[in-house]
Design a protein around this ligand. Structure first.
Ligand SMILES: [Fe+2]
Length: 375
């Protein structure tokens, strides 16, 4: 049912009528918005950048964590470092240093793997699939799986706790935009899958309510000879995503939604050209996304709107204050020298407040909150 918002469009004082375009001379635009860029919104034109704070005390500050500083992960993904979580979503980082010699099964929810580094082979109930850097692998809740790789693999794990992953509504774009669902790869019952089937002892490490149960079989339970249905793990690489852009309008981050969970979304920022219309904003607009906490994991490339961020870092911008481009990026708000961005990042926007773990705090960069100074 559509909502009857208490709302009517108005223009007050000196203002542009088109969001993110043709801002009054010398002003900084700030979007105040509900429902994560889908609800009523107002666009303020300020005389100062809204990130120009001098002090920020308390829990609500923007935070950054350098996950590349973690080492010595356990042998199963259930020993991954939890970075942050809430009742609907759990964000973890794990490095697999040698092939898993047990199977795992997440009974707490669908699991989305994002492969930050490395490549290998996924073996699961449904068969075998090669996986590599930049892949998302969505594993339906309680799928049995393991990874094999000669080299370390670093993974971001995003659990849809007690929920399922869906594809976003494509609306006006039609079903084949951004990526065609036909691009989703699924595992195969192939020779490599058949070759790993054996009669030796296998453990299955099951996670439920965050606790681990170990079940032992006298054979490899990945012993299917076939299957049919419309439930299966799927893989898609960020390189398969054909991002939306408009040469005349800076699209909101929601245009890059890749997967939808229960009370959170996963978006992917991939390289794209800058807007070319002289009046169109060319960097993210300042905004308070008042209904969502925003997390970004930086995968590769140059992060055009943030300084001092490198691959493997993760930022958290809780809802409740305005964020936006760093001062250096802001200088290019209406004039970009490069043809486009080359950043690749995974964004997780959650409707409910995220809890930061003690593990994440051990790799926190406390200076992040001050990194907008000079704006
Ligand atoms: Fe944001």
């Amino acid at each position: 049912m559509s909502k009857n918002w208490i709302s009517t469009p108005k223009v007050e004082g000196k203002a542009s009528r088109q969001a993110h375009c043709d801002l009054p001379e010398g002003t900084y635009e700030r979007e105040l918005g509900k429902e994560g860029f889908f609800g009523p919104a107002a666009h303020m034109h300020h005389q100062h950048p809204p990130t120009g704070w001098t002090r920020f005390e308390g829990d609500l500050k923007p935070r950054a964590f350098d996950t590349s500083k973690f080492s010595e992960f356990g042998e199963t993904p259930w020993q991954a470092r939890t970075l942050m979580d809430n009742a609907h979503c759990k964000v973890r980082i794990w490095e697999m240093t040698s092939s898993m010699d047990q199977l795992v099964r997440n009974a707490d929810g669908d699991e989305l793997l994002f492969i930050h580094a490395g490549e290998g082979h996924l073996y699961c109930d449904y068969g075998h699939m090669e996986v590599s850097e930049g892949d998302y692998v969505m594993l339906p809740r309680s799928t049995m799986w393991r990874l094999e790789s000669a080299d370390p693999m670093r993974l971001l794990l995003i659990e849809a706790t007690n929920g399922s992953y869906l594809l976003p509504e494509k609306g006006l774009l039609g079903p084949h935009a951004i990526f065609d669902p036909a691009m989703l790869e699924s595992p195969h019952i192939d020779d490599m899958f058949r070759e790993q089937q054996d009669e030796t002892e296998w453990e299955v490490h099951i996670k439920r309510n965050g606790r681990i149960t170990v079940m032992t079989y006298p054979f490899n339970p990945l012993d299917a000879v076939g299957w049919h249905g419309d439930l299966m793990p799927v893989r898609i690489n960020w390189r398969d995503i054909r991002p939306l852009m408009s040469h005349r309008y800076h699209l909101p981050p929601s245009a890059h939604t890749t997967f939808v969970g229960n009370r959170f979304v996963v978006c992917t920022f991939v390289p794209r050209p800058f807007e070319s219309d002289p009046g169109a904003l060319k960097v993210p607009f300042f905004h308070n996304n008042d209904d969502y906490d925003e997390v970004i994991f930086y995968h590769q490339g140059e992060f055009f709107s943030r300084d001092n961020i490198h691959p493997g870092m993760l930022t958290l911008h809780p809802c409740g204050f305005t964020h936006g481009p760093h001062p250096k990026a802001l200088q290019n708000a209406f004039e970009q020298k490069a043809p486009g961005t080359n950043e690749v990042a995974v964004m997780i926007d959650t409707r409910d407040a995220l809890q930061v773990s003690e593990a994440a705090e051990t790799v926190e960069w406390p200076g992040y909150v001050d990194s907008w100074k000079g704006a």
